[in-house]
Design a protein around this ligand. Structure first.
Ligand code: TMP
Ligand code: ASP
Length: 237
């Protein structure tokens, strides 16, 4: 059997239900749009555990998501969606490509969250786009775009508070959304929420607890992910 789709960190498999897929978390890690690659033992398990707990929490807080249930250590069932080809990045503090683009030092707190949209394309390097590009490329309708903004801000507020309970600062993160296959008028949060797609800094020490440890060769990558899981477990217990 072949996966329906294989991405850099996950595979999607069909199930008996045409509206439900199995999403498998791989141990592969990539950075810089796939230029840098590695494998980390337990990464799939850790990200699945973290993402499953966070999705459960978001659902409880009233955020509609693709999540159905956890199957095992590295697999979950998700509602089949048509992923929007626009990724949503939310920034609370300066880091990463924001610093590169602006020359501003890392760690500056923004007066309000910054929302960015990027085209989901490794070949193009996930280019930053604005509302007019999104309209002309038909990546989302104006109503959908308004919904993405509003949802991203809501998820951001929920996650800032959630990660604060974990002793972590939510610096920035990436969200993906999809139209439900069973009801394309409904958009839900999709993909994963894990240290792969979030920047998380320890509130006390400032230590990086996310994929920047891999991007920047800081070491102890999975140790940091495991620590995030322990804290997320405690916060959701
Ligand atoms: P950036 O600073 O590289 O633009 O990334 C901002 C946040 O979004 C960071 O937490 C990493 C996440 N992200 C992804 O998960 N996947 C991506 O393809 C990109 C560009 C960013
Ligand atoms: N997610 C992208 C990649 O895997 C970019 C990044 O996280 O640095 O290449």
């Amino acid at each position: 059997m072949n996966p329906l789709y294989e991405g850099k960190a996950k595979r999607l498999w069909a199930t008996e239900d045409p509206n439900v897929l199995r999403m498998e978390f791989k141990n592969d890690a990539t950075a810089f749009n796939g230029e840098k690659k590695a494998q980390f033992e337990n990464k799939g398990r850790l990200n699945n555990a973290i993402s499953t707990l966070i999705y459960g929490f978001l659902e409880k807080e009233g955020v509609p998501t693709h999540f159905v249930r956890q199957i095992d250590e590295t697999n979950v069932e998700v509602k089949k969606v048509d992923i929007l080809m626009v990724e949503v990045i939310i920034r609370n503090f300066s880091a990463g490509s924001f610093c590169k683009r602006t020359g501003i030092e890392e760690g500056r707190q923004f007066s309000q969250p910054i929302i960015e949209f990027c085209i989901k394309s490794d070949e193009l390097g996930d280019p930053l786009v604005n509302d007019d590009y999104i309209r002309e490329l038909a990546l989302a309708t104006a109503d959908e775009l308004a919904f993405l903004r509003q949802s991203a801000l809501k998820v951001n507020q929920i996650l800032i508070d959630f990660f604060a309970k974990c002793g972590l600062k939510l610096v920035d993160f990436k969200l993906e959304f999809g139209r439900l296959a069973a009801d394309p008028a409904t958009i839900v949060l999709a993909d994963e929420i894990s240290p792969d797609g979030c920047r998380l800094w320890d509130l006390k020490t400032g230590e990086k607890m996310d994929k920047d440890r891999f991007r920047r060769d800081l070491g102890n990558v999975m140790e940091a992910y495991a620590e995030v899981l322990e804290r997320v477990k405690e916060a959701t217990a």
